[in-house]
Design a binder for this molecule. Sequence first.
Ligand code: PMP
Length: 439
Amino acid sequence: MNHVFPRHSKAKLPTAVGGEGCYLIDADGKRYLDGSGGAAVSCLGHGDTEVVEAVKAQLDRLAFAHTGFFTSEPAEELADLLIANAPEGIDRVYLVSGGSEATEAAIKLARQYWVEKGEPQRGKLIARKQSYHGNTIGALSAGGNEWRRAQFGPLLLDVSHIDPCYEYRLRHEGESPEEYGRRAADALEAEIQRLGPENVMGFMAEPVVGATAGALAPAPGYFQRIREICDCHGVLLILDEVMCGMGRTGTLFACEQDGVRPDILCVAKGLGAGYQPIGAMLCTAEIYDTIAQGSGFFQHGHTYMGHPAAAAAGKAVVSAILDRGLLPRVQEMGEKLHAKLTDRFGQHPHVGDIRGRGLFRAIELVEDRDSKEPFDPARGLAARIKKAAFAEGLICYPMSGTLDGRRGDHVLLAPPFIIEEAQLDELVDKLDRAIEASI
Ligand code: PMP
């Protein structure tokens, strides 16, 4: 034991040995309410027999066939299911093993599309501050999480970062949410003009920002204006729904609620719901056909892409989300969670904002509600809350975000879609105690 390279060498982690519904259980028998599904992964909770049986059946039948030689039934069936439910125009699915693989593939696909289309000068990617797109070099370059990027500067690609759409901090007084949404989106137009539209290959964003900003949903009209700007300049819109997709916000794809269709769409986390590692990059027929009719080969690939057992899990998970009526349930329980958070923390002197969509919610903590001044980073508030919540038997996802060097702390909540109302109360009670013990 103890040869696993831990995330944090100073943290002594309990050993997880079991999972039941919304709870994880450690080797001492302690139960933890999984209020964040790990990192917005376990959307069906733990021990879902239907998904487990689907994976077992696939392993009995066929564990692996390399995608350089074969396609497989579960991979084709999962792709069909995703396309049947994806925004109009999305036509192909590239199956990978996780979120960073999906976003990394998206960046390379966007680049290759322009090369094959005869515009090889299009090599600039624009993304946003306070976003996270994964930890591999391309994905990390696209992300605007300063803390994760800090040590790797010389290795990163030259990606432009515009301001996020962040009403709580960036909307001016007197400005309507719609006006702000338009102004925030117009930052993309300005950046495209600065770089020269003919040089820009794509714009990457999370529809609802997850880990780095805490369930940050866009202002009304923001993504519609973004789509207009992308269309005007032929820039590809790449949406990263690795965290917010697969029903987390109450629709299978988060972008459905903003009325936009991306050119490339990435999902992971909830796609496998933790039962298998799987991610997917979806794209339009136009992108696929350009490459298919050009070189015929997307210059990319991983050994384990389209893994049959992972695809079988993905298919079982998406079927469960759709067939068990979980999308309306996410909307209903999400509203309940929001109301309970507002009840408990709406007047709290250190809670500045309560936000999110569906079962993807967050509270932002501030030293001072009026000035919105964040807590001093030296207090390490997010880490303290995580520890205190864990002691209470609650898994939540506190993080420090950064915006122009200013750190702010938030707590992200993303419980399983099967959560019951009494467990929402348990979650809010435990979170309350953890915050009181930490501030
Ligand atoms: N994009 C987003 C929006 C994410 O939240 C994450 C993971 N937190 C990733 C990409 C990377 O996914 P993975 O950790 O599976 O590589």
